[in-house]
Design a protein around this ligand. Structure first.
Ligand SMILES: *Cc1c(COP(=O)(O)O)cnc(C)c1O
Length: 468
């Protein structure tokens, strides 16, 4: 009983030790923080820190020591001022990791972004004529040269490209799709939903595993605007499976006066089989096979910024450019700058030397083994016992489903691997890795060269005392 009466009195004494908001704001160090972070943010942090102290007292703690307030306010301000979108180290070995931002940009692409982003640019200005120009002119010739298409256009992403193509060319009419291609790409992008939103009607053709050209031929009516082919980006069908070749579908579409739209998803300008990978459809091949419009992503295997690239017949691309939705789906100058620089690497045949995605795809297993061994040696110096072991990297990002590349991994045993991985994710430079059999697994393939030192420093700090 006594305890219950005296406890609240103790608590009252602790509450009374809490300074007033104004008193904290007048502390010299806090005043300096206000000069850096602004009065409003600093006052909000002071209130938050006091509220946290009151909550702690209510839970039985004592009031914080008087000399700790400045650092408490500082810590809260730093935390709330930190950006939400932050750089991270991808040690998962998944090259096109959609959740980690897909393709890292090449240094040339970054330099191009910087050059146009911090000043004015010729975004919609014809410098030769001194008159208004079009943002659609940038990257256009590069895309034509690289794909062989008559014309090209850039929108916000490939989802937007498919939506615009269907909305502008197929609205109110029907679109034929094989039952094997009525798919969900990820992030809720479902082909039937996109069709419905675009105002086109979906007509399913064939069966889940087998669709023939004659199935498409039989389904064409006066209502039919197009055949849509959708690349099965994130799954693989094996066994008793058939789809007509693209040139067969193109011939059918031409003969019947409808369009063939080819959503390649990733697509590629470089032959993936030269890298020991399964064939990924090449944009040039779709153009040559006679697809009327082809759409693909800027930040999948192309290795550039987020964008949707549309190439194909000039008259159709022109209709897309004129469509009112084109304005809503248009890209920014930074995207165009990064895209042009990326495409220039391809035109100079330097993509696999200059574009990070292709450098990672091309990295020889021996080179990765060498990096893993260097990491192991560095950790050994700090008394950490890590193993180098063979494993697989993944391409990811809706391209080459199920395709892996042989790699070498660094495995660090941890007593509580989930907790250790969480600490690595929540550090100043977040590290994302895999967990397997009680070990944290780091794949050098997706760790950029300039991230090695911070990665290893962090691992030494995290595991440095456990191995001793
Ligand atoms: C990835 C993908 C998309 C969406 O592309 P984004 O650039 O992510 O919008 C659409 N279709 C297919 C077949 C894809 O693989």
């Amino acid at each position: 009983m006594n305890k219950m009466i005296t406890q609240p009195a103790d608590r009252q004494a602790e509450y009374r030790k809490l300074p007033a908001v104004d008193a904290l704001l007048r502390l010299p160090a806090v005043a300096l923080l206000a000069a850096e972070y602004g009065d409003a943010a600093t006052t909000a942090s002071v209130r938050a820190v006091l509220a946290a102290a009151r909550a702690a007292i209510a839970a039985g703690a004592d009031a914080p020591a008087a000399d700790t307030w400045e650092e408490r306010v500082q810590a809260h301000l730093t935390a709330t001022d930190a950006p939400s979108l932050r750089p991270a180290i991808n040690a998962t070995g998944v090259i096109l990791h959609t959740n980690l931002g897909r393709a890292p940009l090449s240094p040339a692409a970054l330099a191009a972004v910087q050059a146009v982003a911090t000043g004015y640019s010729s975004l919609e200005y014809d410098l030769a004529a001194g008159t208004r120009g079009s943002r659609h002119d940038h990257a256009r010739q590069l895309l034509r040269d690289l794909t062989g298409a008559e014309d090209a256009m850039v929108v916000n992403n490939n989802a937007a490209a498919v939506y615009l193509a269907l909305g502008a060319l197929c609205q109110g009419r029907s679109v034929l799709i094989s039952r094997s291609q009525i798919v969900e790409i990820g992030g809720g992008f479902r082909i039937p939903d996109v069709l419905r939103q675009s105002g086109a009607h979906l007509v399913e053709v064939g069966t889940t595993n087998r669709t023939h050209a004659r199935d498409f031929a039989a389904a064409i009516t006066a209502e039919t605007a197009a055949i849509l082919r959708v690349h099965s980006s994130n799954f693989k069908q094996v066994g008793f499976v058939t789809m007509p070749e693209l040139d067969e579908l193109a011939a059918l579409a031409r003969a019947r006066g409808i369009l063939l739209i080819d959503d390649l998803g990733s697509g590629t300008l470089i032959d993936t089989t030269a890298y020991g990978l399964a064939p990924e459809p090449m944009v040039q091949q779709s153009v040559a096979a006679g697809a009327h419009l082809i759409t693909f992503s800027g930040d999948k295997l192309l290795g550039g910024p987020q964008a949707g690239l549309i190439v194909g017949q000039a008259e159709l691309v022109e209709r897309l450019r004129r469509h009112p939705m084109a304005r809503a789906l248009r890209v920014d100058k930074m995207t165009l700058a990064a895209l042009e620089a990326t495409l220039r690497s391809y035109r100079r045949a330097r993509a696999s030397d200059e574009i990070p995605v292709w450098q990672m795809l091309a990295a020889p297993a021996e080179a990765i083994a060498g990096r893993a061994a260097r990491w192991q040696a560095r950790l050994a110096e700090a008394g950490i016992d890590a193993q180098v072991q063979p494993g697989e990297s993944a391409v990811g990002g809706g391209s080459l489903p199920g395709e892996t590349l042989p790699t070498w991994l660094l495995a660090v045993a941890a007593a509580a691997p989930d907790a250790a991985a969480a600490r690595l994710r929540n550090g100043p430079l977040p590290i994302v890795c895999r967990i397997q059999h009680g070990c944290l697994i780091f794949d050098p393939r997706t760790v950029l060269a300039d991230q090695e030192t911070p990665l290893l420093d962090t691992l030494v700090a995290e595991f440095g005392h456990t191995g001793e």
